[in-house]
Design a protein around this ligand. Structure first.
Ligand SMILES: [Zn+2]
Length: 170
């Protein structure tokens, strides 16, 4: 519980500094959104966030959510994942541990990759000219569920083709 509070306090302070340094307003809405985001785990979209804010009985416009998430991305407090789904996918940054995800190009489902080798490669990568803020790797492909669906469909097409050609021959 105290750890959770200190994370909230830390991110609040970092956001406050970012807003001050950039001459931006420190509104109640912005901090309420930050708080709601840091109470969540995993990825979320603007629609999800809107629902969360409603659950908190805090009314904010969709535009405010867009603007604030963008500010949080710029402040390095939020990741905007470059996934190919229609809606932008965000995730809070809790620590500096490297993360890796596999993304299904078909259904856009995102799963964590638990690979020590990949994590250590990401951790040891350094650049002289690029100030790294977080280390994330993405692997794209087709998930098990989509593979199964595709196989089933392919099988059905093949069965139809076979029965059609059998029908023609009769
Ligand atoms: Zn899939």
């Amino acid at each position: 519980m105290s750890e959770k509070l200190s994370l909230q306090e830390q991110v609040r302070e970092r956001f406050r500094l970012y807003l001050t340094a950039n001459g931006l307003r420190q509104t109640r809405e912005r901090f309420a959104i930050l708080r709601a985001i840091y109470e969540q785990e995993g990825t979320f979209t603007i629609d999800d966030l809107s629902e969360i804010m409603q659950q908190h009985r805090f009314h904010v416009s969709t535009n405010t959510l867009y603007v604030t998430t963008q500010l949080l991305v710029e402040a390095n407090l939020l990741i905007r994942h470059p996934f190919s789904s229609a809606a932008a996918v965000f995730e809070r940054i809790v620590d500096e541990r490297p993360r890796s995800y596999q993304i299904c190009s078909h259904c856009h489902r995102i799963t964590n990759i638990k690979s020590k080798d990949l994590a250590s490669s990401l951790e040891t990568y350094h650049s002289r000219s690029f100030a790294i803020s977080h280390r994330i790797a993405y692997v794209y492909g087709i998930c098990a569920s989509c593979q199964r669906k595709m196989h089933k469909r392919l099988k059905a097409v093949n069965t139809n083709a076979t029965s059609n050609s059998t029908a023609k021959r009769q």
